[in-house]
Design a protein around this ligand. Sequence first.
Ligand SMILES: Nc1ncnc2c1ncn2[C@@H]1O[C@H](COP(=O)(O)OP(=O)(O)O)[C@@H](O)[C@H]1O
Ligand SMILES: [Mg+2]
Length: 133
Amino acid sequence: MAKVVTQSRAETEAFASEYAKTLRAGDVVLLDGEMGAGKTVFSKGVAKGLGIEEEVTSPTYAYMNDYDGRLFHYDCYRIESVEQAEQLGLADYFDMGGICLIEWSQNIAPLLPKNVKRVVIRKRNENEREIEY
Ligand SMILES: Nc1ncnc2c1ncn2[C@@H]1O[C@H](COP(=O)(O)OP(=O)(O)O)[C@@H](O)[C@H]1O
Ligand SMILES: [Mg+2]
């Protein structure tokens, strides 16, 4: 995996916008990292890089936000069981041709497709993040 270090939220967003250009329709990207690492910031950057103008907000309560079928942004932090995720149909979007970005994917691990990409964000200090991709 490659690694980059960012010194601000803006740098992470800018890097994510560039990273977005390496993504293909149907890609499923697992965004790993602790609370406050910058997974949602990264997602905002990806959306910008894809030319999505709608503002990306954290889908903490909705579990998944759909941006025109082009980007599906998940936050599975509050998912209580794989059964719940299945009932919500969260796996239905993996092969709909959009790009899936998934925060807290460990909570839906059995539902994930075999081929995924992974981005790991580590908090080094207040404003510094190490991003492995
Ligand atoms: N280098 C950085 N990259 C990303 N976010 C950063 C950075 N430095 C500070 N931050 C702050 O960290 C927080 C990350 O929040 P968020 O993206 O919601 O985290 P997560 O979704 O991983 O829980 C934001 O408040 C952001 O301003
Ligand atoms: Mg988040």
